[in-house]
Design a protein around this ligand. Structure first.
Ligand code: SF4
Length: 481
């Protein structure tokens, strides 16, 4: 899981890219980087949080009116090496840099294609570097084949589209990409299934069109960009330095954006795939409440408490549907990172008690229904239940807005190997016993899909839900569990 952003403006972009990465920090906290471009490429990358990597002196050095940025949680490659922090760049042809969100599932085949067939050197184990060189080497071929004195922007864009198309015929997996091509402009493309999000925004100042393309529109308001639309699956977009936009869709496949973006990852104020994340979460809680009423006719908790903070929205609408009290009975310390994207299991378990503090008055002597967005490994949920019991709950029930997560994600989200997923090897009754709850209640998959798609205006065919037992639409790689 990563956050990416690219921008072409009339003025310097470094500060705006920095601000954008701050607004995408929730998508990855392990490393970040920015590359800008004027007569040359300027870059700064580092490990850690955005605010700790970039100082004033770095931002001043990042000159140029176009640039890209990346904030990462590694799903491929090595976490420890700063060489793998994106954006990644290569000098041939032109000077090209990319920032990638997603995961490639056939990297071994592609690695051979790049190093043996195309004779390019790969310096890291990152799948994004493979993507960079596949694109760059194709583009180089198209440029060398052109015999005209100098390509105009339209001809160059055609070469870029052909390069992405040839890349898409080789690559399996998910990729939303923003890139820079020196002396040309910003480029962006999305895989044929549109698995990871990519959103386009625009503003016009003194006759000059400025564009932003990012994983989420969470920074648009702050930077005064207007939401335009999502980049479509199989679409290539290029924005020239002068602010002229070219766009082409080169293929048609089914549109299958990741359902987990709505369950957990995306910020609630984001609109991705033209669907409000916040509203979809409200509908998840509503559907959960409706199903609860069918299954447990007259059984109601005294209070609904969210496992903060993604599930606050879901718990609120579930409480409303059940007509019971909603209480924020677990206080979340905002200065500790989200446990799901901490990659070490022990660190994750320990951090639950550091970051969540129960409120005795909201819990003691009550039948408490805890609502969480999902249960992945089960360790966080178990700690929460134990805390609620310690604070005197009469009974603890637990509802998950996401159905059992039974399969690993291969498309860029840290949903781990099957062996680490509690629902892949345990029955619901066994999970209930492990969590130590009196009732465990899961959302049904059709109800979750309905919650995401209810207000969709017909463009999405079916959200990817491979981790919930649905099809792996963009290829699959056998992994040890
Ligand atoms: Fe998202 Fe799950 Fe599909 Fe991965 S497998 S892209 S987490 S829905």
């Amino acid at each position: 899981m990563c956050g990416i952003v690219g921008m072409v403006c009339a003025e310097q972009v470094a500060t705006k890219l920095y601000d954008s990465l701050i607004q995408l920090q929730h998508r990855g906290q392990d490393a970040a980087g920015i590359i800008t471009c004027n007569e040359r490429l300027h870059f700064k990358m580092g490990l850690g949080l955005v605010r700790d990597i970039f100082e004033d002196r770095h931002i001043k050095r990042l000159e140029g009116t176009m640039g890209i940025g990346h904030t990462r949680y590694p799903t491929s490659g090595s976490k420890a090496f700063v060489e793998e922090v994106q954006p990644l760049w290569t000098s041939v042809p032109n000077g090209i840099a990319i920032a990638h969100n997603g995961n490639i599932v056939n990297p071994e085949v592609l690695r051979e294609e790049v190093t043996v067939q195309r004779k390019r050197y790969l310096n890291t184990s990152s799948d994004s570097e493979i993507l960079l060189h596949l694109f760059a080497s194709s583009l180089q071929q198209y440029l060398e084949a052109d015999i005209s004195e100098s390509m105009d922007d339209e001809q160059f864009f055609e070469a870029a589209v052909a390069s992405v198309q040839s890349l898409s015929e080789l690559v399996e997996g998910s990729y939303s990409v923003v890139g820079l091509i020196k002396d040309r402009g910003l480029i962006a493309f999305r895989d044929p299934h549109g698995i990871r999000p990519l959103v386009l925004g625009k503003k016009t100042r003194t006759g000059h069109d400025e564009y932003i393309i990012a994983s989420e529109d969470t920074m648009f308001h702050m930077l005064e960009f207007e939401y335009v639309r999502d980049i479509a699956p199989s679409e290539v977009v290029m924005v020239t330095k002068q602010g002229h936009l070219f766009s082409q869709i080169f293929a048609h496949a089914s549109y299958n954006p990741c359902i987990f973006e709505y369950v957990y990852f995306a910020r609630p104020d984001a609109v991705i795939n033209n669907i409000s994340v916040y509203r979809s979460r409200l509908r998840m809680g509503e559907n959960l409440g409706k199903r609860w009423k069918e299954v447990y006719k007259d059984l109601r908790p005294d209070v609904v408490i969210p496992a903060p903070s993604t599930s606050n929205t879901m718990a609120l609408s579930m409480a409303k549907e059940l007509n019971v009290e909603y209480s924020e009975g677990l206080y979340k310390n905002p200065f500790i990172g989200r446990t799901f994207i901490m990659s070490d299991q022990a660190e994750r378990r320990q951090s639950v008690r550091y970051k969540l503090a129960p409120q005795r008055l909201e819990i003691k002597d009550k039948v408490v229904l805890v609502v969480d967005d999902s249960i992945v490994r089960g360790t966080t949920s178990r700690e929460i239940v134990s805390m609620v019991r310690d604070y005197g709950a009469k009974a603890v029930w637990f509802a998950s807005a996401c159905p059992p997560v039974t399969h690993p994600c291969q498309y860029g989200v840290d949903i781990p190997t099957k062996g680490e997923l509690i629902a892949s090897s345990h029955t619901i009754e066994e999970i209930r016993a492990y969590l130590g709850v009196d009732i465990l209640f899961y959302q049904e998959t059709p109800d979750l899909i309905e919650a995401v798609m209810r207000k969709s205006v017909g463009c999405i065919d079916m959200p990817c839900h491979a981790c919930l037992g649905g099809p792996y639409v963009a290829g699959y790689k056998e992994v040890e569990s």
